[in-house]
Design a protein around this ligand. Structure first.
Ligand code: BLA
Length: 508
């Protein structure tokens, strides 16, 4: 039998999931029709196969024809003049076979025209719509803790759109995620606090969320409608409202017994911070305008989160700046800088929330607070820190770099360090391990095989809570911790350079 090595053994970091070209899937979901158009020549290039059912024209009847085959002359003229003037394109109400639809045009990144035609759905009166937006603005408050803000956001979406389960899913620095807020129907078990591995939402899917913001899968059991005819150069459907779904993700949702989903990106400072993930256990469609309000809600949420994060950053930096200035006074008045930083109050360890620290200078180690032994700290410096190219190093799990660090997880699981200029001088801050278990939504050590350096993965069959024992993981260092450490690094360097200059002056 062929025994396949585990990813750890193979050290493979490319997966089939990261390679799947989901943006050029060339399929529409069943509930709407995708048209691709050569707008320079006013010629329909492709239509999805379901056009016959929804619009009453087969792709063969549409392809090669001008857009007037489907829309009024005036609509087409307006659309083309907007494209020419590089103005925003807006959806228009249209009707086919006595049904109301919304035609949603957009240009792809390489300037091709795509028109999504989807059911208009339930109309919402402008007053109700305004009420919805006011609620969103009022009920998400940046004065609340982040968890409360997340709860408010998911509650609002649940109230407004009625999905069975609405979750705030937050990514960590390695793109694993955790459900940090959840509102659900009573009969469903809770997924709050469950973790999911990065491979569940591969990089291409995360990148599309940065561009598109909101994505609805209206029926997990849908029949995909391929675009006809196939073109040599595949059309990029990243921004389409109707882009067909990767079969792998459909399998995933079916394994979860989910019938429909809505996913909204939460983007913070240009990066994907998280997703609002909504599940329904039956097919579910919400219209374009409702999806736009979800996107608006996510934007309001992330603006308030950004404000909150920058306030927290400033508060922490302000308080660490006070300590840094006191340390500077001590360094200026005491000639031995190790003593200045470790023997008086404040000590350098007071700068950052930590359990202890170490100062390594001219092969001498001075320990402050709760720390590993001197010998162990020297090992951390020699085996890990000296090997780093940058002068600031941080990890929440030092045992990833140095296995024997498993022996002192209670004192130093997290390590933040700075190197002082070219000298062999280092300052280290330590944090103990924070938790000893992680609850996963299903065992993430999935079955798979490796071929040509690629790890082939399949969605998990079970999403039952699976508790993993972990050790040696501290609370992550925050950006303000790292900023405070590098500010101190600059200060120490300046003091040392000035003292050297003074010494040279005195010699002359
Ligand atoms: C997409 N996977 C996704 C998306 C989510 C998740 C939210 C985006 C959905 C969308 O585009 O509509 C995962 N959903 C979750 C998680 C929770 C949830 C973690 O509700 C937790 C509560 N998936 C796998 C494996 C692969 C994979 C092994 O498990 C690859 C081999 C792929 N996931 C995958 C792909 C997509 C995806 C390809 C993009 C689907 C698409 O846009 O077509």
């Amino acid at each position: 039998m062929n025994i396949t090595p585990t990813p750890q053994q193979q050290n493979v970091d490319i997966t089939n999931c990261d390679r799947e070209p989901i943006h050029i899937i060339e399929q529409s979901q069943q509930h709407g029709v995708i048209l691709t158009v050569n707008y320079q020549e006013n010629k329909i290039l492709q239509a999805s196969s379901n056009a016959i059912n929804l619009l009453g024209f087969s792709p063969q009847e549409l392809v090669g024809n001008p857009l007037e085959k489907l829309f009024s002359e005036e609509e087409v003229r307006t659309l083309f003049s907007k494209i020419e003037a590089k103005q925003n394109l807006y959806p228009r109400e249209v009707s086919f076979k006595n049904q109301q639809y919304l035609a949603i045009p957009h240009l792809t990144e390489d300037e091709k025209l795509v028109i999504d035609i989807e059911p208009f759905g339930e109309t919402l009166s402008p007053i109700l719509f305004q009420e919805e937006l006011t609620k969103i603005l009022k009920e998400i408050k940046d004065t609340d803790p982040v968890k409360v803000m997340c709860h408010q956001a998911v509650s609002l979406i649940k109230d407004l759109y009625g999905y069975d389960r609405v979750m705030m899913y937050h990514f960590d620095e390695e793109w694993n995620g955790e459900v940090i807020a959840e509102v659900k129907e009573e009969n469903l078990e809770s997924w709050l606090g469950l973790h999911y591995p990065a491979t569940d939402i591969p990089k291409p899917a995360r990148q599309i969320f940065l561009k598109q913001g909101v994505r609805m899968i209206s029926d997990v059991n849908y029949q995909p409608a391929p675009l006809f005819p196939e073109l040599k150069e595949k059309i990029n459907l990243s921004k389409s409202e109707l882009r067909g779904v990767s079969p792998i993700h459909i399998e995933y949702l079916k394994n979860m017994n989910v019938g429909a989903s809505l996913t909204v990106a939460v983007i913070l400072n240009g990066d994907l911070w998280g997703l609002i993930a909504c599940h329904h256990y039956q097919p579910k469609f919400i219209n374009y305008h409702q999806r736009q309000s979800c996107k608006f809600l996510a934007q309001v949420f992330s603006n308030k989160l950004a404000l909150k994060e920058s306030n927290t950053f400033l508060e922490n930096i302000n308080s660490s700046e006070k300590i840094r200035k006191q340390l500077l006074i001590q360094m200026n008045s005491i000639s031995n800088f190790t003593q200045a930083l470790t023997k008086f109050s404040p000590k350098f360890t007071d700068l950052i929330n930590c359990s202890g620290g170490a100062l390594f200078n001219e092969n001498e180690i001075t320990l402050v607070g709760k720390t590993p032994t001197e010998k162990q700290v020297k090992k951390i410096i020699n085996k890990v820190i000296k090997k780093q190219s940058g002068s600031v190093f941080q990890t929440k799990q030092i045992s990833r770099y140095y296995e024997k660090a498993q022996n002192f997880t209670a004192t130093a699981s997290g390590v933040l360090s700075i190197k002082i200029s070219n000298e062999e001088t280092y300052l280290l801050w330590f944090r103990p391990e924070a938790s000893t278990t992680v609850d996963w939504g299903g065992n993430p050590e999935k079955q798979g095989y490796v071929k040509d350096g690629v790890q082939f993965l399949h969605p998990r069959k079970s999403f039952e809570r699976w508790t993993q024992k972990v050790s040696g993981i501290a609370n992550a260092w925050e950006s303000y911790d790292i900023e405070a450490a590098s500010n101190l690094q600059d200060t120490i360097t300046h003091v040392l350079v000035r003292k050297q200059k003074d010494e040279i002056k005195n010699l002359n």
